[in-house]
Design a protein around this ligand. Structure first.
Ligand SMILES: [Zn+2]
Ligand SMILES: [Zn+2]
Length: 229
C-alpha cells in the first residue's frame, strides 16, 4: 500500500486530512471470530504506539519477557527492542528459516521509529503480533480512511480504542479445555515458555499421587487466580 508522506508536526497538531488505519487484534490462539480490540492509528504513528495500545491479559504476568515482542508483517519481523534486555524473538525463527533450503530469507528490524505509513501492508490480510514468549495474536489492517467528520483531530488522541473486550485469562495449553490457573516459567515439562496450566494438568505433571513433587526443581509459577480481572 502506498500511503502519502505526511509531514512531521508537533503531536498537538490537527490531523484532519491525514490517513488513519483501522486495526483489529484478535484474542491469542483464537480463530478470526474473536476480536479482542480494534484501534484507529494514524499513518504517522510508529509501530511502537500500536504495540503500546494493545492490552493483553498475559502482559500482567512475567517480567523479563514483558517488554519483548514483535509484529510479523509481509515477511518482516519488527522487534520491540526499546527496553534494555528485550529479546529478539525473531532470531531463532530466522536462523531456522535460513537452514531450510529454498526458503526466502526473512528480515528483522526494530519497530522503533518505523511509521505505519512506511509499511508495506495488504488490507484484510492476517499478520502476527507476538509477545510474552508465546502469546500470539492475529492482527488485521481493516481499512484506511481520511481523518474527517467527527473523528478525533488531535494526534495525541491516537491510537483511538474503537472497542476492547475484557481481558481474559488464556486457557490451559495442556488440555486446551479448562481455564488456566497457573503460569510456569522455564518449565522442563513445557514446550512453551511461559506455559499456562489448569489445576488438573499442573498437578498431573508436577506432583505424585501422594502430593510430593514429581521432579526437582519445580518451575517458578504464578497463580493467575490472584490476578484481578
Ligand atoms: Zn497476548
Ligand atoms: Zn489443562
Amino acid at each position: 500500500m502506498a500511503v502519502g508522506a505526511a509531514t512531521r508536526r508537533s503531536p498537538t497538531t490537527d490531523v484532519g486530512g491525514e490517513l488513519a488505519l483501522s486495526v483489529t487484534v484478535y484474542h491469542p490462539s483464537s480463530s478470526l471470530s474473536e476480536p479482542m480490540s480494534r484501534f484507529l492509528v494514524l499513518g504517522r504513528q510508529p509501530l511502537t504506539d500500536l504495540r503500546d495500545a494493545i492490552q493483553c491479559s498475559s502482559d500482567r504476568h512475567g517480567q523479563a519477557l514483558a517488554k519483548s515482542g514483535y509484529f510479523f508483517i509481509e515477511g518482516i519481523f519488527y522487534n520491540d527492542m526499546r527496553c534494555p534486555g528485550a529479546l529478539d524473538y525473531s532470531k531463532n525463527i530466522i536462523d531456522w528459516m535460513h537452514e531450510q533450503e529454498g526458503r526466502q530469507p526473512l528480515v528483522a528490524r526494530s519497530m522503533d521509529g518505523v511509521r505505519i505509513d512506511q509499511l508495506t501492508i495488504r488490507l484484510r490480510c492476517p499478520y502476527l503480533y507476538a509477545h510474552q514468549g508465546n502469546c500470539e495474536h492475529v492482527l488485521i489492517f481493516d481499512s484506511v480512511r481520511v481523518v474527517s467528520g467527527d473523528m478525533p483531530r488531535d494526534a495525541q488522541d491516537y491510537p483511538v480504542v474503537v472497542f476492547t473486550t475484557r481481558p481474559r485469562h488464556p486457557g490451559c495449553y495442556g488440555c486446551e479445555k479448562s481455564p488456566a490457573r497457573w503460569i510456569s516459567y522455564d518449565d522442563i515439562h513445557a514446550d512453551r515458555n511461559p506455559f499456562m496450566w489448569c489445576d488438573h494438568c499442573f498437578n498431573h505433571f508436577h506432583f505424585n499421587a501422594n502430593g510430593s513433587a514429581s521432579y526437582q526443581p519445580l518451575p517458578h509459577v504464578e497463580d493467575l487466580s490472584t490476578v484481578p480481572e
